[in-house]
Design a protein around this ligand. Sequence first.
Ligand SMILES: NC(=O)c1ccc[n+]([C@@H]2O[C@H](COP(=O)([O-])OP(=O)(O)OC[C@H]3O[C@@H](n4cnc5c(N)ncnc54)[C@H](OP(=O)(O)O)[C@@H]3O)[C@@H](O)[C@H]2O)c1
Length: 271
Amino acid sequence: MRSDRDATPSHACRMRHGILDGVGTLVLFGGRSEIGVATAARLAAGRHVVLAARRPDDLAAESTTMTAAGAASVHRVAFDADDVESHPELIASIVRDHGPIDIAIVAFGILGDARRAETDATHALQIAHTDYYAQISVMTPLAVALRAQRSGTIIAFSSVAGVRVRRANYVYGSTKAGLDGFASGLADALHGSGASLLLARPGFVIGEMTRELMDSGVSPAPFAVTADQVADAVAKAYRKGRGEVWIPGVLRPMFFGMRLLPRALWRRLPR
Ligand SMILES: NC(=O)c1ccc[n+]([C@@H]2O[C@H](COP(=O)([O-])OP(=O)(O)OC[C@H]3O[C@@H](n4cnc5c(N)ncnc54)[C@H](OP(=O)(O)O)[C@@H]3O)[C@@H](O)[C@H]2O)c1
């Protein structure tokens, strides 16, 4: 349940009901993320967009996408998810320079090499650092800023990989399980503050992140979707004021059932 639904009508509420549609600032952490860019494009119209990414000078295509989507302005800032010390000041500077954050899309992440992560602790820790530790590092100061504004929505990307962790990608899956728990708790903590969090749980997405996997011969999981399908569902959920969205929706009952599968069967699933 979205936290701002029962609160005093906030900036975020009024935005969603069209009273202030198309104003405010949208920040995309992971400014080159395929899912992040597709989602931001659906919400950019009339908003000031800040693309936060490594190599901020190399965001021409993403900037053009935002302008074509009707963004009021597009800005680029340097952002390294792994440089956790820098996050509080980065978020404070975005608010100082561009005003209150209306939507923060947190879409950075790495899939990593699942096989390598089973034996190479450095690689496993790298996945955990970017996909869990750094997510907390970004979302915590974001929540502080949104609480102070009494408005704004964080859009976080979990995955069905974290709903019940599979043998085939248990390092990545475990980071998503942790992130999912963190984001769910944060959504509850924001309840009544005027700020909110929308948690997206996509299944397998055919795209940039999974390209290497598919090139190695792994075929997409059942009910695979594209980044555009994820973005459509997330933008719709945002506009409806929802707190969670599964993409596609059928994965919700499916994973409810999968949670009940005996371990002996679960561990034999190929992926
Ligand atoms: N694709 C899927 O199958 C799938 C399924 C469920 C959930 N998700 C989640 O959805 C989110 C978006 O995924 P996606 O498919 O859009 O992936 P993507 O296209 O591979 O984008 C991931 C982005 O994360 C950025 N990133 C990685 N490490 C970073 C760091 N240290 N600092 C700053 N940026 C960093 C990358 O930046 P660079 O361009 O600089 O490398 C890249 O632009 C991720 O959290 C992912 O786990 C994806």
